[in-house]
Design a protein around this ligand. Structure first.
Ligand code: ADP
Ligand code: LRH
Length: 491
């Protein structure tokens, strides 16, 4: 069946429903719906908690599926991907216990250290291959230990699986997203009994009973129920972690590629056949997340365009109208590498005064503080490119994998200044596109599952290349200036 397929792709800044159809070896896409997404701060009895508006997102999904079916006819299938690590809890009746907590919420402060007291960090890395981020599901669960919600919970579903459950009634855990939890064994691609035991003994969290069976992308999870928008369509497990779907859609034609999935986050790394679990890899905080067809996504999280997004939000709150294209054009006119910061500094993770925090980082390293939005934007983009340079170089070294080209996918493709800076900083050619990488990867896995395509990952990538206008950036300028800037921040 050549379609129509519907990709539900929920990013941290927006959700979209994109319809695709295969015609003559090309994937033709149409955006059926787009809706905003972001943290909602709620003050309960105690501190403020950041949540996702998951019912609002589900309403957006339903509206999108309705529009898709109206415009393109009955849907053959639906696939859902979203950001990683966050989850909803269901009670014994299958009802949602509260709004999922946002990974940027502060409740996980100190949680990694408490977990490491029960299972040493090195052991956890050996089993799960996962980088330490305070928001990994395993740390969120440790932070939530003792709560009424966890006590009442009978099922834990990651966000895409939760939406799939509402559409079909089926409860599963898709493996690419499960691999971001810190609860999955990277070798067996199944839940780790050892990590579950540590959570149980250390925190009284009986996670084993909460977790559903793991499925690989390409499994048919169920059928969308009658009376629901999209009824009758099959729900296909895709790379339900948005980054996994984005990596599927990297239009690489050779093996020597690195990718940057560039949206709210920048996920920078390599596709490998096997995890890298060395001590050096752990020390560099590289992660081994799971990908399509048995692959490993060996990557580092770079804080990403979030820093710019959140700065823009701050300026708009202060009453300024911000036009992103004009801001980037102004940043292009600012002096290069005047000030660079470590964009992965933990101070930049929570929402808040991003311009102030970036300025504080600049001051801490004795650099001139960027004054005004254009200079601040230039500092953020230079700093992102610097972080990409380090991550690509370190991933290549740690995995013993040569890199000859960088593929950049996601909303950042639209930021031509960032694409050029990435080529300049790394000294590598950059191929930019597609913008909607995750949605394309999602659609292609559905198409293959329903028999409209066959063959390995490489053949799916050929379809992306045939369907997308790619932009090429050649490295320019002095590499020595980037080395000097790197030394300024990282010594
Ligand atoms: P996510 O999936 O995480 O929500 P996206 O892949 O949609 O993120 O990318 C969002 C980012 O893309 C924005 O933060 C913004 O920086 C960038 N972006 C989107 N549109 C444009 C544009 N027209 N020009 C420059 N950058 C853009
Ligand atoms: C990007 C992403 C990333 C995760 C983060 C929580 O959207 O899925 O891969 O680390 O969100």
């Amino acid at each position: 069946m050549s379609g129509p397929f519907a990709a539900v792709d929920l990013g941290a800044s927006s959700g979209r429903v994109i319809v695709g159809r295969l015609e003559g070896g090309r994937l033709l896409t149409h955006e059926a719906a787009r809706f905003p997404n972001g943290p909602v701060a709620v003050r309960g009895r105690g501190a403020v908690t950041l949540h996702w508006d998951v019912l609002g997102l589900y309403a957006g999904v339903l509206t999108g599926l309705r529009a898709a079916a109206r415009e393109h006819g009955p849907l053959a299938s639906v696939g859902i991907d979203s950001w990683a690590v966050d989850y909803g809890l269901l009670d014994a009746d299958g009802a949602l216990l509260g709004n999922p907590v946002h990974y940027r919420d502060g409740r996980t402060a100190g949680a990694p250290a408490r977990v490491f007291a029960h299972v040493p960090a090195a052991d956890l890395y050996a089993r799960t291959g996962l980088q330490v981020q305070p928001f990994n599901t395993v740390f969120q669960l440790a932070a939530a230990a003792g709560s009424g919600q966890l006590a009442a919970a009978r099922r834990l579903l990651l966000v895409p699986d939760l939406l799939g459950y509402w559409l079909t009634g089926a409860e599963v855990a898709e493996v690419t997203n499960a691999s971001t939890t810190g609860l999955l064994d990277v070798a067996t691609r199944r839940w780790s009994p050892e990590v579950a035991a540590a959570l149980e003994t250390g925190f009284g969290v009986g996670v084993a009973g909460l977790l559903p069976d793991v499925v690989e992308p390409g499994a048919v999870v169920g059928a969308v129920r009658e009376g629901t928008d999209g009824a009758g369509a099959r729900l296909v497990a895709v790379g339900s972690h948005d980054t996994a779907s984005a990596v599927v859609a990297v239009p690489a034609s050779t093996d020597d590629f690195a990718y940057i999935s560039c949206g709210t986050w920048s996920l920078v790394g390599l596709e490998l056949d096997a995890p890298v679990l060395t001590e050096a890899s752990r020390a560099a905080n590289f992660t081994n997340e799971l990908g399509l067809d048995g692959t490993v996504r060996y990557l580092r999280n770079v804080m990403g365009l979030w820093v710019l997004q959140e700065s823009v939000r701050r300026w708009e709150e202060a009453g300024h109208d911000v036009d992103l294209a004009a801001l980037i054009a102004a940043a292009a006119g600012e002096p290069a590498l005047a000030c660079v910061v470590d964009v992965d500094d933990p101070s930049l993770l929570p929402p808040g005064d991003m311009p102030g925090r970036v300025a504080a980082l600049a001051a801490r390293t004795g650099q001139p503080v960027p004054r005004g939005p254009a200079a601040l934007t230039r500092c953020v983009l230079d700093s992102l490119a610097l972080a990409y340079r380090r991550a690509v170089r370190q991933a290549a070294q740690l995995a013993g994998h040569e890199v000859g080209v960088i593929h950049l996918v996601g909303g950042g493709v639209r930021n031509r200044l960032l694409c050029q800076l990435t080529a300049d900083a790394t000294g590598l050619p950059v191929v930019a596109g597609p913008v909607e990488g995750a949605a394309l990867g999602n659609l292609l896995v559905q198409a293959r599952t329903l028999g409209a395509l066959d063959g390995p990952l490489a053949s799916l990538r050929q379809v992306v290349a045939a369907s997308t206008a790619l932009e090429h950036y050649a490295p320019s300028g002095s590499r020595a200036r980037w080395a000097e800037a790197e030394a300024r921040v990282f010594g």
